[in-house]
Design a protein around this ligand. Sequence first.
Ligand SMILES: CC(C)(COP(=O)(O)OP(=O)(O)OC[C@H]1O[C@@H](n2cnc3c(N)ncnc32)[C@H](O)[C@@H]1OP(=O)(O)O)[C@@H](O)C(=O)NCCC(=O)NCCS
Length: 170
Amino acid sequence: MAVAQTGCGDAGQVRIAPTDDLDAVRALGVANGLDEGERDDRGLVAAWAARTADGTMVGAIALEGSAGLHVVNWMAVDPAFRGRGLATRLLAALEDEARRRGVRRLWATARAPGFFLANGFAPVDEGPEAAYLLGDCPECPQYGRGCTPRAVTKELHGGQGSVTKDEGAT
Ligand SMILES: CC(C)(COP(=O)(O)OP(=O)(O)OC[C@H]1O[C@@H](n2cnc3c(N)ncnc32)[C@H](O)[C@@H]1OP(=O)(O)O)[C@@H](O)C(=O)NCCC(=O)NCCS
């Protein structure tokens, strides 16, 4: 995987690149309100980190294989770096790599549905995928009280080097 993109913000250059450090990706997500998750059936396909020039991780995202679905997970941006397109760039890097791997559809349990809808995802209201992606959310004390996640999906079209086989999902 090549380095995805570079860019400049008010706090200097933030570089997005693939990372193998899933512990750090998860830690950033948890620090930004995401749940650790109790599912043990997820397999990492690829992850990306957004880092400042001094190497501090200020954003992250992961593509995981879960129950045969390719799931966008662990998307988080440090509050000081929000609103300047970092998550958009992280998602673009993930989508490029997913297309390269021949992935035809992405899924997510969106805690920020507006972000995903603005990025070409559509809500999934019913069916086994929505039930799987939402899991135990409706029983969670936070559900509907500051956290109303939606199952969302996006079809990926073509892309150079794409193959027809949907690889990577566990
Ligand atoms: C959601 C999150 C990753 C967005 O990061 P970000 O770098 O600020 O996002 P971007 O700057 O790329 O935002 C792109 C667009 O999405 C919108 N957006 C961002 N967060 C949003 C949210 N929670 N709800 C609705 N829209 C949102 C922005 O307004 C922006 O739209 P604009 O270009 O029209 O102004 C960040 O707010 C975050 O880490 N939140 C806490 C963790 C979380 O909820 N992660 C999502 C898990 S599904």
